[in-house]
Ligand binder design. Structure first.
Ligand SMILES: C[S@@+](CC[C@H](N)C(=O)[O-])C[C@H]1O[C@@H](n2cnc3c(N)ncnc32)[C@H](O)[C@@H]1O
Length: 184
């Protein structure tokens, strides 16, 4: 093989690898959509105020529903002595969340590839989510009847109509509102 031929084969190989990686990424993005909500991360600059308003204290157990790369949970774990669980159906952001958590030595939070609808919420002191209204309707029974009294439920972006009576606070960033509910 001449050098030109080797370079040609190498180029084809790189292009193919890129195409496959891009296709897998697109398929997984659509998979997130199909399962309930697209993957869009909470803006990092919005996190601080959301966390400050979530009334988190040391010892809390925090669950992030549809955790993506787990930025909410990881940021909380750096500030408080909490335990945490992030669940997401999409393995790519879960993989990223696990890697970063390990690099940051956040040993009390875990990230699972799991459907929100199969997640036990009964031990959560604080639940964080950034989901779309259609899917929020689908977890009505879980949020209304399977969360403990006193639990704080934080919804970034969208109101939870069926929790209206528990609404305790609303904040606004440049794009979205965040709604805070307290189960009683
Ligand atoms: C808008 S993103 C929010 C990501 C992250 N919580 C954040 O705020 O940066 C919604 C996430 O929910 C996940 N998701 C959608 N449907 C789901 C389901 N049924 N079970 C678990 N995760 C789901 C998507 O894969 C996506 O990562």
């Amino acid at each position: 093989m001449t050098l030109n031929e080797v370079l040609y084969v190498l180029l084809i190989f790189i292009e193919l690898t890129f195409l496959i990686a891009a296709s897998v990424y697109m398929i997984l993005l659509n998979y997130s959509w199909l399962k309930g909500a697209p993957y869009v991360a909470t803006k990092k600059k919005s996190l601080k105020e959301i966390i400050n308003n979530a009334k988190i204290t040391d010892g809390n157990h925090i669950i992030e529903l549809g955790s993506g790369d787990g930025r909410f949970l990881r940021t909380v774990a750096k500030q408080y002595q909490i335990t945490g669980l992030g669940v997401d159906v999409n393995p790519l952001p879960i993989f990223k969340a696990r890697i970063i958590a390990r690099l940051q030595n956040l040993t009390t939070v875990e990230f699972k590839i799991q459907d929100i609808r199969d997640t036990d919420l009964s031990e959560a002191d604080v639940i964080y989510m950034y989901l779309i209204p259609k899917f929020i309707q689908k977890i009505k029974n879980q949020l209304l009847h399977k969360t403990k009294k006193g639990a704080i439920i934080v919804s970034h972006g969208f109101k939870i109509d069926y929790l209206e009576q528990y609404l305790v606070n609303t904040i606004t960033d440049e794009t979205f509102k965040t709604y805070f509910y307290k189960r009683s």
